[in-house]
Write a protein that binds this ligand. Sequence first.
Ligand SMILES: *Cc1c(COP(=O)(O)O)cnc(C)c1O
Length: 375
Amino acid sequence: MTTPDFGDGTRCVHAGAPPSTPGTPVPPQPVLAAQFHLSDSGDFYGRATNPTWRALESALGDLDGGECVVYSSGMAAISALLRTVLGPGDKVVLPSDGYYLARSYVREHLTALNLDVHEVPTVAKWTPETVANARLVLLETPSNPGLDVCDIAAITTLAHEAGALVAVDNTTATPLGQRPLALGADVTLASDTKALSGHSDVVLGHITTTNPTLAAQLRAERTASGAVPGPFETWLAHRGLGTLDLRLARQAENANALHKALSDHPRVRNLRWPGSPTDPAYPTATKQMRRFGGVLAFELESAAAVDSFLDAARLVASATSFGGLHSSADRRARWGDPVPAGLLRFSCGCEDPQDLTADVLKALAALSPDKPHTH
Ligand SMILES: *Cc1c(COP(=O)(O)O)cnc(C)c1O
């Protein structure tokens, strides 16, 4: 069913649910078939169409406000969009501080297109010049890992005046946190590996667009390139989506508690969470975001300090990725992100706020006392 009049919790539970036919399952069920009995219409082969994809696409399209196409990963979604909309010599604007593989895919794997690649910081002063002659402007807000925020509506106006298409990587916010299509963007896309599926057991992605021609092109490209998601993973993501509202609420509660506990902490600097009124991203974030999630960032003095902190914390897994039930933290410089060696992206899970805060404070207190920061 479609659910536009309901609240977030109701929408997450009911989006994409099957009709209430007596004797059939209440929750969506996975259809794993590669072969279907042929008919004049309907499903025929598992690379082209699948009922389980349609159920999640209906749910995400409903929440995002457009037509959704699901992919086997967030990168499959991003790369499909780039391959579909960019032609030889086109100018593409990418976030210089966003997810690193979007940049390296363009620079290392689309070389044959001789693209005119512009990498722009999320908090740049965006002018008509920045987007002039661009075919595609990709934004990522809040950005991963720095959690900077840009004004989607304002940049979209500039980009549309220049004739460019605007896509927003909405992974960090999720459709509950932010609706880029309602702010004017042409495309919203995400890695659903993160908070959307939320249990750290699925790799999946999607694109939603208000442009039906683009949606049809993406679907055709997905069938031809074969970047299709497994129905079982698609079903797991749909199952996870049911609790997104609850999980985000707890994760944000944890992020708020940790932000309070860490904001004057002598070992912590450059603490970032767009949901805090003291954060530089807050004014723009409150203007365009509906709610905040559980991802923070902060710096400790060195890579070694991060290692000791993660060794000492009992409730914080040292792991990449974010948005799952379990709190985890990732030192992004390890992966080559252009950030300080001691920068940690911290993903609050669904533990109790008092337990998580106590654990983090205890692990910080266990750091060697010789090099605290001076404020
Ligand atoms: C993880 C992530 C991606 C890539 O998604 P995968 O599902 O890992 O392919 C893209 N963008 C952002 C912002 C991400 O965090």
